[in-house]
Design a protein around this ligand. Sequence first.
Ligand SMILES: Cc1ncc(COP(=O)(O)O)c(C=O)c1O
Length: 443
Amino acid sequence: MNRPERVPVPNNLESFWMPFTANRQFKKDPRLFVKAEGMHYWTSDGRKVLDGTAGLWCCNVGHSRPKVVEAVQRQIAELDYAPAFQMGHPKAFELAARLVNYLPSPLDHVFFTNSGSESVETALKIAIAYQRARGKGTKTRLIGRERGYHGVNFGGISVGGIPNNRKFFGSLLTGVDHIRHTHDLSRNAFTRGEPEYGAEYAEDLERVIALHDASTIAAVIVEPVAGSTGVLIPPKGYLKRLREICDKHDILLIFDEVITGFGRLGTPFAVEYFDVVPDMVTCAKGITSGVIPMGGVFVTKDIYDTFMTGPEHMIELFHGYTYSAHPVACAAALGTLDTYEDEGLLTRGAELAPYWETALHTLKGLPHVIDVRNIGLIGAIELESIPGEPTKRAFTAFLEAYEKGVLIRTTGDIIALSPPLIISKDEIDEIVATLAMVLKNLA
Ligand SMILES: Cc1ncc(COP(=O)(O)O)c(C=O)c1O
């Protein structure tokens, strides 16, 4: 394919307040993508950059894939929008019916949203409303986990556990508590796959339940693999134990699968990978491979049926978005599912995982590397922070890797990797070789 010409950088970068970005640093030395195809981006100065992060953990089928592009183009011309409330359109039902096949029974209904954050808010609201609908209205408390990331809305940051995402925003939701995180480098550094030690951290849920009493708790929400905090992989047996404790105390378990959904671990969802069935599963990102904003919440038959009572003309759940099941998003999702299925991408991560793991762990021993961890097609390299300057070392690595033609992502001093599921072995080697070069020269 042709390399695009240099595209002029706009004169005025000031008006756009960029999200989760060091705005002043960026605007001094902007990094603009102008084109994407397959595994690559192209920058405004004409450079080709290998995508090591699937955009933001979302472009799982790669970029500008024909089935997705065509589905979106066709849909806009055919039905641009249909009201989301009290009206429908065929593709919303077709998509829901196809999606529930990726999850085990009884997770057989899906509520559509437009992002991961909205999926989380939706799941938390359904949890509280469900408890009330079944006559357990005192069960309103929500339990999250330290270092958890559940998007940026008030519910999500309240159950979330990333200090910078919480501390600027006041008192957050009341009636929320957290269990401890599972990160334990003293015992698990350089583990390949699921860590051996730490299943007992699940017992922290018993402590929190004892404090508040199960009669006040609606739900526990966790990411099966915590992504945005820097890839924390659950210790062996940990998630099963959380499920047992929730069952024992009649508490809903929500898996936030915004990152792990759609093939990231080599199974359609992490539910299958860990063989643990929660009561709700949130998703977004990979549902449309990032092409059109969309998310969803899968719920069990019991949860859905609990709401389906009362007069038939009455709305059962007072919740929804103007763009829930937007026709163009549904078309993008159907094109994405076709691509996943035609190319076997939802399980391709399992085939590539051993190669990915071996390649990543060659970075052990390079300067400042205090951990390398991996699961499915996720990887993380944790760096020792520069004393007094947290995040600077990894951010420098990000800039250097970008200059050398590889897009990585950093959070704190952790480098996180999550390439599109179409990545080749050569491209894995390219990511790792570039990172090795960057790490060797890092101050
Ligand atoms: C586990 C998890 N939940 C929720 C979100 C929020 O998704 P969004 O940015 O689409 O609102 C993310 C985003 O990375 C996520 O990783």
